[in-house]
Ligand binder design. Structure first.
Ligand SMILES: Cc1ncc(COP(=O)(O)O)c(C=O)c1O
Length: 136
């Protein structure tokens, strides 16, 4: 599982996990199937307003997993705690903990891609610390 606006790299699998074709994936592929993309809580552009972004986006993401994929079929949920190449998007507070809680409850590995946020770039060792979440 990956998220709208996500960027995860330039190998074949991580390009498949990356949202934008232009410029990151142009001329590459085909990519691995069975990578599913769900909404992220993008407060600035959330249609019903920033205050609703965390709860509504988490509910939509979880609903898509439950209804379209099946939690038991998900190997891992991968997300950047702050999205970089997607437009420097900080998910609305509460979104990441809701996703982590769902992953825990369903035995899904939660991976934080901290390539752009780790090692004190956001003020703490890892951006996950901001919301008290622990990738496992
Ligand atoms: C969020 C994120 N994930 C993963 C990567 C790894 O990318 P690459 O495959 O180019 O090493 C990067 C590189 O900038 C990144 O910003």
């Amino acid at each position: 599982m990956v998220f709208d606006h996500g960027y995860h790299g330039r190998t074949n699998l991580t390009m498949g996990m990356t949202a934008k074709n232009m410029p990151y994936k142009q001329g590459f592929g085909p990519f691995a199937p069975e990578v599913y993309r769900v909404p992220v809580a993008y407060p600035y552009r959330w249609l019903t307003g920033a205050d609703n972004a965390a709860t509504e986006a988490a509910a939509q993401a979880i609903d898509m997993i439950n209804k379209q994929i099946g939690a038991e079929n998900v190997a891992a949920i991968v997300i950047e705690p702050i999205q970089g190449e997607g437009g420097f998007i900080e998910p609305a507070k509460g979104f990441l903990p809701a996703i982590v809680e769902y992953a825990r409850a369903n035995g899904i590995v939660f991976v934080a891609d901290e390539i752009q946020t780790g090692f004190c770039r956001t003020g703490q060792w890892f951006a996950c610390e901001d919301e008290g979440i622990v990738p496992t």
